[in-house]
Design a protein around this ligand. Structure first.
Ligand SMILES: Nc1ncnc2c1ncn2[C@@H]1O[C@H](COP(=O)(O)OP(=O)(O)OP(=O)(O)O)[C@@H](O)[C@H]1O
Ligand SMILES: [Mg+2]
Length: 364
């Protein structure tokens, strides 16, 4: 196995030589000996050691705690502090950099060895765990992407079957039934109620198919589609959904904001899922949609004053929030999604989408 490379940061020459001697006899390689935090960062970048033994009081402007923090954040390389001091304040500051050990001077060779071995092992395990989590996250992202795209395809298929199939058949039937009947009969009343029933069924099918696939979205525009979605949801679920518009973009001028189709679909689907969730889960008395347009972003906030929830306890079979996140991630315009929620404090879904700059019309 290759020797572990250790960077020694120590401004006392005597102690630095002692540490170097110990390290060599213990079978480690010393990547460099430096006296300041600035040099420690430089040498870490150049030699990529496996570990840093870091004195706290150093020559130069930076102390060992600051240097260790930078080295950990920038290169993910662990440090063990080697110091003659261990007062409470110092330990508190050192803790924040998540050190892999703290050795008090004077120390013995064995103590140095056990601290180094523990730190190297701990860091190896931590790296493996991080890698595993990254792999899981990327698998999860891949699955969600497939689910979102399959969902969109399936919605398209069902919507067109409903709209072009069943609704058309019913519409044809309705036309036949509405043809003037030359001989009025006692069945007229029955016929009328069947006709009304079919008309209502057609309306319902169109509603469902519109929810599945907002056909008007790209033709009629985002604003009309959102208003129509909100009207349908309010009517179907008997809830009040309001557009909030103090100092804000109103739905009326939403159309003036330049957005690529991809962003329109993302916004529409995220509003739809957020409203569905607020209606289904929150028991809210107020649901609002708020559009804002600070500079280069369009912000949409869907808020409810309901139960709220703990995002860490969302079941693995719940696809709505995962789908929203995936849509935001996959959206071609820069898009961010944040969900603010807490048990008992309602939920705010906040979406920000980059907008295209409006081209000013040239005057003739
Ligand atoms: N606005 C909300 N208020 C209260 N709880 C919510 C809200 N939004 C989501 N939740 C909670 O988060 C969970 C996950 O939501 P998510 O949309 O991912 O799945 P779902 O709505 O249960 O199912 P679906 O996959 O059909 O969307 C919900 O089951 C619910 O417990
Ligand atoms: Mg949901």
């Amino acid at each position: 196995m290759a020797k572990a490379k250790i960077l020694v940061v120590e401004d006392s020459k005597e102690i630095a030589c002692l540490i170097e001697k110990y390290l060599k006899t213990l079978g480690y390689a010393v990547s460099a000996l430096v006296v300041s935090g600035e040099e420690a960062i430089k040498k870490t970048e150049e030699n990529k050691p496996n570990l840093v033994l870091m004195d706290i009081q150093l020559s130069g402007k930076m102390d060992g705690i600051e240097a260790a923090g930078i080295i950990r954040a920038r290169f993910d390389i662990p440090s063990i502090f080697v110091s003659g001091y261990a007062d409470k304040k110092l330990l508190e500051r050192a803790k924040i950099t998540e050190p892999f050990g703290y050795i008090l001077k004077p120390f013995k060779k064995k103590e140095l060895q056990s601290n180094i071995e523990m730190a190297l092992y701990k860091h190896k395990v931590e790296r493996e765990r991080k890698k595993l989590i990254e792999e899981h996250m990327s698998d999860l992202q891949e699955y969600t992407k497939k689910i979102v795209s399959a969902q969109e395809e399936e919605r398209k298929r069902i919507a067109s079957e409903l709209h072009d199939g069943i609704a058309q058949d019913l519409a044809a039937l309705l036309i036949k039934l509405k043809k003037p009947n030359k001989k009025p009969s006692s069945n007229d009343q029955n016929l009328k109620s069947v006709t009304n029933g079919i008309a209502a069924a057609i309306e319902e099918i169109r509603n469902i198919s519109e929810n599945l696939l907002p056909s008007g979205l790209l033709v009629l525009g985002l604003q009309k589609s959102i208003v129509s979605l909100v009207n349908r949801m309010s009517k179907n679920h008997k809830v009040k959904i309001q557009f909030k518009s103090e100092n804000i973009l109103t739905t009326e001028n939403l159309e003036k904001v330049k957005l690529p189709d991809d962003s329109k679909i993302t916004i529409y689907r995220i509003i739809q899922e957020s409203l569905n969730n607020a209606i289904k889960h929150s028991n809210a008395s107020n649901i609002t949609i708020n559009f804002q347009k600070p500079k280069k972003n369009l912000k949409v906030i869907i808020a409810d004053d309901g139960t709220g929830f703990d995002p860490n306890k969302v079941g693995s079979n719940c696809l709505g929030i995962l789908g929203m996140k995936e849509r935001a991630r996959a959206c071609k315009s820069n898009c961010t999604l944040d969900i603010l929620t807490e048990n008992g404090k309602g939920t705010k879904v906040m979406l920000a989408v980059a907008v295209e700059p409006v081209k000013s019309k040239k005057k003739n």
